[in-house]
Ligand binder design. Sequence first.
Ligand SMILES: [Zn+2]
Length: 151
Amino acid sequence: MFYEDLSNYCYYLKTPVSTVRNVGWLEKDQPYKTGKVLDGFLSKLSNIILGNDSVDAQVNRIRSMHPCSLYDCGMLEIEVNGKKSSLGTAEIWVPSKDGSVFFAAPTMVYHYVEKHSYLPPEKFVSAVMNFDLSMPYKAQDIYLKEIKGHF
Ligand SMILES: [Zn+2]
């Protein structure tokens, strides 16, 4: 599944949602930006993917199966403080820094950055860096609200 970075979200939907932007939906043979992300980005991203007692940033769990699309890496896993999560079985939704949009990324985005030097859009990087892991946040509720009328 390839979506251009920052295009309007339309996965499983009839009409795209302009308040939700795609990030990191890479596909083999589609060029993508490479580079070095900010220090601390991957560690923050893994904490968002794994969530905690107040934060659950995942939507479309299981329904979205995305093994690494670039190489034969298959399905992968991350671990933070002994807690594990599979990559590629959900999306994460992260609010932009100014709160005007949400970014929807496959959890595999972690692997794309770590192993394939993918450089996500700056706005996504700052959204991740600014995400408050101590605030109650349930992405699935936002998902249901945002896609209303689009399917
Ligand atoms: Zn890979």
